[in-house]
Design a protein around this ligand. Structure first.
Ligand code: MLC
Length: 502
């Protein structure tokens, strides 16, 4: 499994750099093994047992990575949390997951202690001081050699990743060791990961893209990942041009910024073995712009939190503009009529459904939602609409579910609508996504104010930021007297989009 492959690399190439944060020292595979051991010792000293949830809310740093790997190694369930979550979201994730332990940045103690004090399952918050530098020293300064048995049951849950829902609060998607391993093996084969690859890693590490596809990909291959603390387009472009790297993965917003920064200059990046784009549709102009400016063809792929990666354009062969490619090895994909779930012929648009050993186990303590996520014959309903061409390439054609993607992050309108409805000046609201060149889509709130209420648009946006992570907050507020509704009284968001997304 993935952890076995990593353990082999730690044993066989202890002096090779596994990770390096920009500006920091290299962390060899030997160092990584020791720091995982130290993290595991610590977790065990607190009585953390297999199946316990360990939540980690840290910036991008070595302790995040070692506690991630150590938690999975001792059979507990790793729960990453975005440091941008406001207290209300954080409280929900910690309460719903019933996490026993939270590992967090000491700088956040004043914010976190009042939240965790009221949580019945919460046992401890381990605060790390300066997790980016001195916090990492604590982990590296360790010589104990342990041989913890690695989890051997592929069905054992390794991670829990929250995904928002169209009709409910966020759900914890349970990802098993077998799921992770199946997906990383598919990607290893499809993308030709090599031990001499050097990954430039500029994604956040609390999502499947940055954590699993990018970081696990490099560690599984015994390669080296160089990590930027955040995405700075100028820094990333300079690094990419330096010829040190062979692999880079980004979301379209990142690629857009890199492309705009080049502003017509030709910068040859053809030494890059692999540059991928995902988490949102890659616009055609960016695909061609990259070819023109950087002499490289981006490889677009398609995945989701519940599965990891599903489809990919080929490493060798045609990377087709507007297409997310073909099923990865071991993955099956079909297009079905969204009503009847009957398979549709090539060329027809329907829901994309997925099957394979990489597909998640289900949602934490939500058997009905888990059942609803699958067709009667066991295919995962992705909620994405797509089409298969006769030669096997798939393309995405919209969404069956009400979802906005901004900067590669999913925002579920009902979640934003719920927050808006808590504002006293809002009588009714509908949240829509409007196309945006930089972000892909922009969150827009259409509001009917309470009778006689004065609505301050800036105050509404600020109010949302108190209750939701900033990327979910509306960028624009539009006031209306009424909504277009269908015969059943349902708000017709397509009409709102047509009217207001200009
Ligand atoms: C930041 N902001 C966003 C945003 N990210 N707003 C909307 N959408 C986003 N995605 C806000 C900030 O709060 C800030 O608001 C303002 O935008 C400017 O911030 P910034 O400094 O310019 O943003 P930056 O930190 O550079 O972030 C942009 C980004 C980041 C594109 C680098 O969003 C990012 O890392 N996206 C990748 C997300 C990702 O990893 N997705 C994978 C999910 S897994 P203000 O007003 O306070 O200034 C998945 C499965 C799969 O989807 O297939 O991969």
């Amino acid at each position: 499994m993935f952890l076995d492959a990593l353990a082999d690399h730690c044993r066989n190439q202890p002096d090779k750099p596994a990770l390096q944060f920009i500006g920091g020292p290299p962390v060899t595979y030997g160092d990584l093994a020791r720091s995982i051991n130290r993290s595991a010792d610590y977790l065990l000293s607190l009585g953390i047992e297999p199946g316990d949830r360990v939540a980690v809310q840290l910036p991008k740093c070595l302790p995040f990575i070692t506690f991630h790997l150590a938690t999975m190694q001792i059979g507990a369930i790793f729960l990453p949390l975005n440091p941008a979550y406001p207290p209300s979201e954080l409280r929900y994730f910690l309460a719903d997951s019933a996490a026993r332990l939270l590992i967090a940045d000491a700088e956040d103690q004043a914010k976190l202690d009042p939240i965790t004090a009221a949580l019945p399952h919460h046992q401890k918050t381990a605060y790390i001081h300066k997790p980016g530098d001195s916090g990492a020293d604590w982990l590296l300064d360790y010589s104990a050699q342990r041989d913890y048995p690695l989890p051997s049951d592929p069905d054992q849950t390794a991670m829990m990743l929250y995904t928002s829902g169209t009709t409910s609060r966020p759900k914890g998607a349970l990802i098993s060791h077998g799921n992770l391993t199946a997906n990383i093996r598919s990607l290893h084969e499809a993308w030709g990961w090599r031990a001499d690859d050097v990954l430039l890693h500029a994604l956040p590490i609390f999502h499947v893209h940055g954590l699993v596809v990018a970081l696990h990909g490099a560690l599984h291959a015994g390669a080296t990942a160089i990590l930027c603390l955040a995405f700075d387009a100028a820094e990333v472009l300079e690094l990419l041009a330096s010829r040190r790297f062979s692999v880079f993965m980004g979301v379209p917003t990142m690629h857009r910024r890199l492309y705009q920064l080049a502003s017509g200059r030709r910068i040859d990046l053809s030494h890059m073995r692999l540059m991928t784009s995902g988490s949102d549709r890659l616009p055609d102009d960016l695909f061609f712009g990259y070819q023109e400016t950087f002499n490289i063809t981006l490889l677009e792929r398609y995945g989701m939190t519940e599965t990891g990666m599903n489809l990919s354009n080929p490493l060798q062969g045609e990377r087709r503009v507007g297409s997310v490619g073909m099923p990865l090895p071991g993955v099956s994909a079909r297009i079905v009529d969204p009503e009847t779930e009957a398979s549709l012929p090539d060329g027809q648009v329907g829901e994309v459904q997925i099957k394979g050993a990489h597909v998640f186990k289900g949602y934490w303590r939500q058997p009905e939602k888990t059942a609803a996520a699958f067709s009667p014959d066991g295919w995962l309903r992705t909620g994405d609409m797509g089409m298969r061409e006769a030669d096997g390439y798939f393309s995405l054609k919209g969404r069956a579910k009400d979802l906005i993607i901004t900067g590669g992050l999913n925002v579920y309108p009902p979640e934003v609508e719920l927050a808006l409805m808590r504002h006293p000046a809002v009588a009714a609201c509908a949240v829509i996504g409007c196309p945006d060149k930089e972000w892909g889509e922009q969150v827009v709130a259409v509001i009917i104010p309470q009778h006689g209420a004065r609505v301050d648009e800036a105050a509404i946006c600020a109010f949302c930021r108190e209750h939701l992570a900033a990327y979910k907050a509306p960028r624009r507020v539009i006031l209306v007297d009424d909504f277009p509704r269908n015969a059943l009284g349902k708000i017709q968001k397509a009409k709102l989009r047509a009217q207001f997304c200009t």
